[in-house]
Design a protein around this ligand. Sequence first.
Ligand SMILES: Cc1cc2nc3c(=O)[nH]c(=O)nc-3n(C[C@H](O)[C@H](O)[C@H](O)COP(=O)(O)O)c2cc1C
Length: 371
Amino acid sequence: MTVHIGSLKVTSPVYVPPMAGVTDIVFRGIVRQVDPGCLLATEMVSSRALMNRPETRLMDLSESERPIGIQIFGHEPDVMAQAAVMAERRGADFVDINMGCPVPKITRGKDGCALMREPELAREIVRAVRAAISIPLTVKFRLGWDDQTRTAVSFGQMLEEAGVNAVTVHGRTRQQLYSGKADWQFIGRVKRALSIPVFGNGDVFEPEDAVRLLETTGCDGVAVARGTLGNPWLIARISRLLATGNAGEPPDEVERLVTAYRHCLRLIAYKGVRVGTNESRRHLTHYTKGIPGSAPYRARLTQLTGAGQAAEIIAELAWQVGGSEGRRRFLLAVEQYNLEYGEDPGKRHGDAEDGVHAPVDVDAVAPVAVP
Ligand SMILES: Cc1cc2nc3c(=O)[nH]c(=O)nc-3n(C[C@H](O)[C@H](O)[C@H](O)COP(=O)(O)O)c2cc1C
């Protein structure tokens, strides 16, 4: 199932769309390890902030991540155009514009989903960005601002006419935030009105959900966000189900714990002890959810202070779910990762106590190109 996004040929219809605070280079590396072909995107990057901090690590990419897009947000056409040029120089395969973020902090400034109420401004932004870059351009948006203004069909048509190469439609309005159910039927109406590829998005948590979304909407691809939290294998299983009719088994609990630890270690190596540990707490909570008897371990993981402690707590949980064999498997993996990263990954790089400025030294973290 090849999807053509302008000049970009994507061999998979499965997309992990931007999630602020989640889809950083470490998370994407974990997804890429289990699924070689899916489409990836960065977290959203403020076009305005980029003007002062063009070197932001939010736009760090690695070669192995392709195909990958950088998502930008903002409402000033010239600033958005400059930001898009920076994204292209950093090596993005496509630029995605965020016109769907519902968070008040973002919409108050006419950014994100607020642009669905300002279609003329949205058109101007798209035209300015389109003229500034030569890579494909995509936009992510919602059904509309609220139930009275479900403008996604005309909005999508306007974007296509202005030069956008593909869109992702989340089947909720801004007013809904994440409540209710994503309206896949309505996404189907957008799909039928456009000639460019449409990725349907919203409420895919099992491989079979993706098939149903594609069947219901007729979309060219499916974007899966929250379902991947602590579960990168969902993407691989969707890909497998679409390609072969069989999603295969999810990984066993010990494998989940091994990946959880690797994720934590990489975050600490990449972001430093303080930030990496803080962010790991949330990911580890997701990875361990649903594992029988994991609640008390999860409570301890939310207080995590470093990689060593993570290894200890997770080893106990591995023993609880897999007995001595489970614990042995986990500890073997820990040994291997500690050889790769050193026993104190954040500090190995001369990490300061605040841990924020650890230099990049993760296998998948070599920037593609720096302006
Ligand atoms: C923690 C989190 C952060 C998100 N950040 C972004 C973002 O930066 N840009 C964006 O376009 N959408 C963002 N989204 C929305 C998702 O990309 C997606 O549209 C939404 O979660 C619905 O899809 P799902 O039901 O598969 O989760 C975010 C969602 C979550 C849960």
